[in-house]
Design a protein. Structure first.
Length: 277
């Protein structure tokens, strides 16, 4: 049984490559597959890939040996031996970033789309999404904190009344239970208004949390994208201490913040250094 025809390659293969009987497996051009594997090995061995690149010669030899045996022999003694050898070939292709659709069927679609995925155009699309998310998140963050002062004022009012009622229990005033005092305070206009504002705030917070989670699933491929994610992290996630820039700023936080800004890189990093100087 041939173990090295991927389902994607079969789907992409022309109809003439299929046997006439619908139930029969597709025909396989072993020589064409071997030629493509030999080309891959030659290119990975002789062309510049990146600084420090070195192909795994042992793994490449095992992959070549597998496909050569399907062309020149000797045949594998059984399916288990064939499968074990094929998995070794797969390890070479996987670790060296090669397309099985190209190897098995000569279909370059996967390679074309993979290169497009790493293109400037794709990076711009991803970073445009991050920029839009940043804008939405900061708008929600502003709404989330819009009523902070009023919420604190209202809380101070009903907490003060609760303390007064509790003090009366022990100073000879009209006695009431803790539960009765709490019900009295809950009925205060200040307590009701605070509850309304807190509920409104929480709705904004939940929407903001969802957008932050969405943002963190989107990779940042350029300095602009990394800047968007870092600003959201510092301002909307980490808390006030991470945006302090005066003499009250914690030394440890300043060091961590500068390192994160350094990772942003480019002109956005220089702008952030100026913002948090």
């Amino acid at each position: 049984m041939n173990m090295f025809v991927s389902s994607a390659a079969v789907a992409a293969a022309p109809a003439v490559a299929m046997n006439s009987a619908a139930h029969e497996p597709p025909s396989v051009d072993h020589k064409a597959i071997l030629a493509r594997v030999e080309q891959i090995v030659d290119l990975l061995r002789t062309r510049y890939i990146c600084e420090g690149w070195k192909m795994d010669e042992g793994s490449a030899a095992r992959a070549l040996d597998y496909f050569k045996r399907h062309v020149y022999g000797p045949a594998f003694k059984d399916e288990d031996e064939d499968t074990a050898a094929y998995y070794q070939a797969l390890e070479f292709f996987s670790s060296h970033g090669q397309s099985l659709d190209w190897i098995h069927g000569g279909n370059p679609g996967g390679m074309i789309c993979t290169l497009a995925h790493h293109s400037k155009r794709a990076n711009e699309a991803g970073d445009a999404q991050l920029s839009a998310l940043e804008e939405e998140i900061f708008e929600l963050n502003e709404l989330y904190h819009e009523h902070d002062e009023e919420i604190c004022r209202l809380q101070a009012a009903w907490v003060g009344e609760l303390h007064r009622l509790e003090d009366l229990r022990w100073t000879g005033g009209v006695y009431s239970t803790a539960k009765e005092n709490w019900e009295t305070v809950k009925a205060m206009p200040e307590a009701k208004e605070q509850s309304r504002l807190v509920a409104l705030t929480e709705r904004h917070g939940q929407k903001m949390d969802a957008l932050i989670k969405q943002m963190w699933t989107t990779p940042a491929s350029t300095p602009e994208g990394r800047r968007s994610k870092l600003l959201v992290l510092l301002v909307c996630v980490m808390g006030d201490k991470w945006t302090v820039v005066d003499e009250d700023a914690d030394w440890e936080i300043e060091l961590a913040r500068k390192l994160m800004i350094e990772f942003v890189g480019g002109e956005p990093a220089r702008e952030l250094l100026g913002q948090f100087a």
